[in-house]
Design a protein around this ligand. Structure first.
Ligand SMILES: O=P(O)(O)OC[C@H]1O[C@H](O[C@H]2O[C@H](CO)[C@@H](O)[C@H](O)[C@H]2O)[C@H](O)[C@@H](O)[C@@H]1O
Ligand SMILES: O=c1ccn([C@@H]2O[C@H](COP(=O)(O)OP(=O)(O)O)[C@@H](O)[C@H]2O)c(=O)[nH]1
Length: 736
């Protein structure tokens, strides 16, 4: 039976050696609870770092760790201190974390960090590959392991691979600053499904793939390396029942049983003086907007002084990544701010900010959530933010107000919260006032709606939706009627070619015999191409026909002196070997005077595009244009042209990064038909890359060998990867 392997930087268990004794604690983090059902199913396992440095343990200790982990169905990836320093604190947390959270000034790109990141991703891959069997599913989590999907696929293509990013995916403008942007995207594209918390993150990722990799994308499907990769958003939820039920239990418990922390800050007596509590919980991380929150609370107290002595901010900051300099600075800044504000504003009976730098066990967290009138969750950037959801889940009495930053992924789903810009102190101050004064029925209406949504789409649902979508994604077969041309089939062509009889090669030029150049006039034939075609042409039974969208003048300049059949202007002109040029259909060109200015104005307003004037057509090339802009402009231009081309005599041809206005009755299919109708060929081979070549493939007799350059939708029977394979293919078929 196939199994599912979960891979994340950290395992769902915390391990510690205390006085030589290994202490194992199950983690209650969001991911761990969410994946519980996936993890416990069948023979599934979880692969990750144990949190301990490999060289700090002797063999016995390592064995003890492995045994303890095995009991939890976990397998450790051994990391040494250098790995932890360079891969975890280094590339993951001083390059990717700040970059992906829009803290560009904090982002450091260090080659040693990158090298370690590659090496450690490979270590993860090696451990996973030891654990998997063919056909298994691997679900990779988060920014520490962006390279892993591709590393796994390279070694075992039978795996179904999902990837989920828990942090924001930045816009192209940020992402492109990373020196290893190609490698990171390549790594992620090894997955079958790539999930994000929000649609915006997914959109940014798709934009990076399209702009950096130049890959064609159809809505949320990326066609790459003969696979379809799905991209979608799956907003992660929490274990709603766990929080909700704990809060219900808390409501029923006696005052004495409340936790020491609560007693120490006199939470439960607050109702006596009518004072209110505002709660703030996060890891001590610069993305969480802690200094801004403190300053906006001070701003609130100064803007609405009637609230002095009536409200307290209880701030829990959990120590995190303390080895990274920016985290140390943030800690210092926070300590100083709290000290200054408390110094300025405290009275004998009132301290405005209660600040705790520590983590709390579950019970005390619940106590905090339940006892607070308002939760302020105001990160400057946050992938999702589970604290916001947990606060809502614990409000069992229908009261409590959530103030939520629009920069948290959670804001996309929690619209009934008071949504704020974390940098707008004035707005935050007003929202605090609104929250403190919100009528009970409004609190309840907002909470009901939030609770309904968060309880339905909980963490288990999130995991199962992702895995369902992953299965569907793996099963998508690229729309592909053509077969990849393999050595055996090429051998068959060659055998056929050697037989007696007339042979015809119909060869498209741009994108087939010649690779694309940014400027079409630079795509001149190489000596290698001339030599090869001449050699093939030495066989007196073989006819070479170059069938191109190029104009007559250009093709004549390049091939006029050769004994080849030439078809130009997408099939408008034909010159048989040794014959004269003839027009296949009577065509007009006077229309160009009206259409040219329209295309010219698009060229002016679309940097990178250019107009190519042919005798009987006008082509607008946009190969160098930014793909998003190109998509927009081609849509507009097609629309404008459609309104101008009112009779059927002209049509717009949507080619490979080119729009071309030409006479409707001309196409390569008609030209090819003319050629094959004049001679009886025993062997026909045709090859092309463009949409215009489809007419040719379509019209040729069934016995013809039709080959598309590029793995895209086609009516051809076969395809090859790209134009770099064309000349070798011709050599193999003809044996020259
Ligand atoms: O492992 P650490 O370095 O100690 O960091 C803790 C985790 O922080 C990040 O959490 C993110 O995931 C949450 C759940 O999807 C999301 O709500 C939050 O917005 C994110 O910041 C990180 O992504 C994890 O890998 C870390 O383990
Ligand atoms: O003392 C604490 C404070 C917080 N949390 C948990 O830490 C998680 C924080 O997740 P979030 O998505 O808000 O932010 P992250 O830290 O993952 O960036 C939440 O589940 C909190 O309940 C915890 O376990 N102990």
């Amino acid at each position: 039976m196939n199994k599912t392997i979960i891979v994340s930087n950290r395992l769902p268990v915390d391990l510690k050696y205390i006085d030589d004794e290994l202490v194992v604690k199950s983690s209650t983090g969001g991911l761990a609870t969410g994946m519980k059902s996936v993890h416990s199913e069948g023979n599934g396992i979880w692969v990750g770092w144990s949190g301990l440095a490999d060289e700090e343990m002797d063999e016995n200790q390592k064995n003890a760790v492995d045994t303890a982990l095995a009991k939890e169905k976990c397998v450790a990836v051994p990391l040494n201190n250098d790995d932890i320093e360079n891969y975890y604190y280094g590339f993951s947390n001083t390059a990717l974390w700040p970059l992906f959270h829009y803290f560009q000034a904090y982002t450091e790109f260090e080659l040693t960090h990158w090298d370690s990141y590659v090496e450690v991703n490979q270590k993860f891959a090696d451990v996973v590959l030891q654990q998997v069997n063919d056909g298994d599913t691997v679900w990779v989590h988060d920014y520490q392991l962006l390279l892993l999907p591709e590393m796994l696929r390279a070694k075992n293509p039978t795996l179904t691979i999902g990837f989920f990013l828990h942090i924001p995916y930045p816009s192209y403008e940020l992402f492109r600053t990373c020196p290893w942007r190609d490698e990171l995207l390549q790594g992620m594209l090894g997955a079958d499904l790539i999930g994000f918390h929000t649609y915006d993150y997914a959109r940014h990722f798709i934009s990076c793939v399209s702009r950096i990799k130049g890959i064609e994308i159809n809505f949320n499907e990326i066609s790459y390396a003969n696979r379809i990769i799905k991209v979608d958003s799956f907003p992660m939820g929490i274990d709603y029942d766990r929080y909700h039920n704990a809060a219900l239990e808390h409501d029923q418990s006696s005052e004495e049983s409340k936790t020491d922390l609560m007693k120490s800050i006199d939470f439960h007596n607050k109702s006596n003086d009518g004072s209110k509590l505002i709660l703030s919980i996060d890891r001590m991380d610069y993305t969480k907007g802690i200094p801004n929150r403190i300053k906006s609370f001070e701003y609130f107290l100064n803007k609405y002084p009637e609230y002095k002595e009536k409200v307290r901010l209880v701030m829990l900051a959990v120590p995190s990544r303390e080895n990274v300099a920016q985290y140390q600075l943030l800690k210092r800044e926070t300590d100083e701010l709290v000290g200054r504000i408390n110094g300025d504003l405290s009275t004998i009976s009132w301290t405005p900010i209660w600040y705790f730098y520590r983590s709390l066990p579950f019970g005390e967290l619940i106590d905090l959530y339940v006892s607070s009138d308002v939760a302020m969750v105001t990160p400057v950037r946050d992938g999702m933010n589970l604290v916001a959801k947990e606060y809502v889940a614990t409000r069992t009495k229908g009261d409590g107000v959530l103030i939520l930053s629009e920069m948290a992924g959670a804001a996309k789903e929690m619209l009934e919260a008071l949504i704020v810009n974390p940098n707008n102190f004035d707005q935050i101050a007003d929202s605090i006032k609104e929250a403190l004064e919100m009528p009970a029925d409004e609190q309840k209406t907002r909470l009901d709606a939030l609770q309904k949504r968060i309880s339905r789409y909980d963490v288990e649902r999130w995991a199962s939706e992702f895995l369902k979508a992953l299965k569907v994604a793996k099963d998508i077969v690229p729309v592909q009627v053509a077969q990849k041309l393999d050595a055996a089939t090429i051998g068959k062509f060659a055998t056929h070619y050697k037989k007696e009889g007339k042979k015809l090669f119909l060869l498209d030029y741009d994108g087939t015999l010649a690779g694309f150049k940014n400027n079409p006039s630079d795509a001149i034939p190489t000596q290698e191409l001339y030599d090869l075609l001449d050699k093939i042409n030495e066989n007196k039974d073989t006819e070479i026909a170059i069938i191109s969208g190029r104009d007559r003048e250009t093709l004549e300049r390049w091939f006029g002196h050769k004994p080849y059949t030439l078809v130009t202007d997408h099939g408008a002109w034909l010159r048989k070997v040794g014959g004269e040029w003839g027009m296949l259909d009577q065509m007009k060109k006077s229309w160009k005077e009206n259409i040219r200015p329209v295309i010219e104005s698009f060229t002016d307003s679309t940097p990178g595009s250019l107009i190519e004037e042919k005798e009987y057509s006008l082509a607008w090339h946009y190969r160098k244009v930014d793909p998003h802009m190109a998509a927009l402009r081609t849509m507009e231009l097609k629309h404008v042209l459609k309104s101008l081309l009112t009779n059927n005599a002209l049509s717009v041809l949507d080619g490979n990064k080119v729009l071309e206005v030409k006479n409707s009755n001309v196409n390569k299919g008609r030209a090819a038909t003319r050629i094959v109708s004049e001679t009886e060929y025993d062997f026909i081979f045709s090859i092309g890359d463009d949409w215009t070549d489809e007419f040719m493939f379509e019209e040729l007799p069934d016995s013809a060998y039709t080959v598309k350059v590029g793995n895209v939708k086609t009516v051809a029977n076969y395809y090859i990867k790209d134009s770099s394979e064309v000349l070798d293919l011709l050599r193999s078929v003809t044996g020259v």
